[in-house]
Design a protein around this ligand. Structure first.
Ligand code: PLP
Length: 420
């Protein structure tokens, strides 16, 4: 009998029949509060009526229009719409289907545009599972185990961890300066600027444990990139489209004086409420220095996915979901901090917007993978679906749809307290 690969073992026992907003329903009619959102994908909730309507309409008009053969209207409209929300200067777009493909596209473009081989990535980063994307990923050994030989030309540098828990008592500026010094050392000893095509970084480490970066660090990256002609590639796959309580994750760190504009920005996940579409946005000169190249693909920018993305962007604006993500994230972190006060194994509650992580450690301060898994299971048994992340999967993460209400956050906190 055919069965799924054991590598696709599900984190929760749910066999879903349908979803609505922040809820999933299973075969027995049980309702589950879904704080996983398909790993941060169903930004407007499951089956938002406007997204459903847009996709259904598009299915009746044109499902697939291969984009190096013809242009189609939804792609034209989505390109224009993204121009309204992307950081100024990122005007040249390429589309694919998954975050990993966006990472591949960014890598190809950075190498083509600079003629340099190496990519500097950061400790704890996650960029996907294709061979190239896994090569650029450092957030856990499981993403690479048994897949060698991986791609060459990847060099790892430090990422500042603002959690005082693991910082030997250093403050954030000291930790950040240390990370930047490490980067300088990498450029001196492991990957000279003349060989470095790009820095590839997430605004908030996602799979790496929901660790936000900071303004000083990103300003340091931008400065070094400018100085050496290295491209700054920002992976907004998980942090984009309102997830962090600002439209882009990097919006937390940029200011009028320092726009921190990436040279290439990756997009996926929350863009289309669950339809597979991803992309990169680049400065026109960068994209044009690389053409004529051979980016492309059969399925990129599927017409139905483009229509769903357009509807998603409308819903995000109409329902003020970015502000909601900010407020509900704050509410959730406060509730989790109250729970943590009576539970010493929770050593840190952190995140931005609705990317919220709770780190578990044992009495000796070691990452507590078992307790994180036990909490995830205990919550699932009580009707709250959660994920884990972090290098040792020692972090329980909360990543609900951006439409989550105050009441639903209270409900989730109550269930989690009971699970604890
Ligand atoms: N980049 C980041 C920051 C991610 O969080 C992910 C997925 O979790 C990816 C890239 C890879 O995306 P996908 O799983 O769609 O290939």
């Amino acid at each position: 009998m055919a069965h799924l690969s054991p590598q696709l073992k599900q984190a929760t026992p749910v066999v879903a029949t349908h979803g609505e907003g922040v809820y999933l329903y299973d075969e027995s009619g049980n309702r589950h509060l879904d704080f996983t959102a398909g790993i941060g994908v169903t930004s407007t909730g499951h089956c938002h009526p406007k997204v459903v309507e847009a996709a259904q309409r598009q299915v009746g008009q044109l499902i697939h229009g291969q984009y190096t053969t013809i242009m189609h209207q939804p792609l034209q409209q989505l390109t224009a719409k993204l121009g309204e929300v992307l950081p100024a200067g990122l005007e040249s777009l390429f589309f694919a289907n998954s975050g990993s493909e966006a990472a591949e596209a960014a890598l190809r473009l950075a190498r083509q545009a600079t003629g340099r081989p190496n990519i500097v990535v950061f400790q704890g980063g996650f960029h996907g599972r294709t061979v190239a994307a896994a090569s650029m990923t450092t957030s856990g050994t499981k993403f690479k185990a048994g897949f060698s030989p991986l791609m060459s030309g990847v060099v790892v540098s430090a990422f500042p961890n603002p959690s005082t828990y693991r910082n030997l008592g250093w403050d954030l500026d000291q930790v950040t300066d240390f990370a930047l010094q490490q980067l300088d050392l990498v450029l001196q000893t492991q990957s000279s600027p003349a060989d470095t095509a790009a820095f590839l970084v997430e605004p908030v480490l996602g799979e790496g444990g929901y660790v936000p970066g900071n303004e000083r660090f990103f300003a340091g990256l931008r400065e070094r990139a400018d100085k050496h002609g290295i491209l700054l590639v920002v992976d907004e796959v998980q942090t984009g489209f309102g997830r962090t309580g600002k439209f882009w994750g990097m919006d937390h760190f940029r200011g009028a004086e320092n726009p921190l504009t990436p040279d290439i920005q990756m997009l996926a996940k929350g863009i289309a409420s669950g339809f597979p579409i991803s992309g990169i946005a680049a400065r026109t000169e960068v994209m044009e220095e690389a053409w004529p190249g051979s980016q492309g693909g059969t399925y990129g920018a599927n017409a139905v996915a483009c229509a769903a993305a357009l509807a998603t962007l409308d819903v995000i604006a109409e329902e003020d979901l970015v502000a909601n993500a900010d407020a509900r994230g704050e509410q959730l972190r406060e509730a989790l901090r109250r729970i943590a006060a009576d539970y010493p194994q929770i050593v840190d509650v952190r995140g931005l917007g609705l990317m919220v992580g709770v780190e578990l450690a044992d009495a000796d301060g070691r990452p507590d993978t078992a307790t994180a898994a036990a909490l995830q299971q205990a919550a699932a048994q009580r009707g709250l679906l959660l994920l884990t992340c972090g290098p040792w999967t020692e972090v329980v993460r909360f990543i609900p749809a951006l439409v989550v209400t105050e009441q639903q956050v209270d409900d989730a906190a109550e269930i989690f307290a009971d699970a604890v």
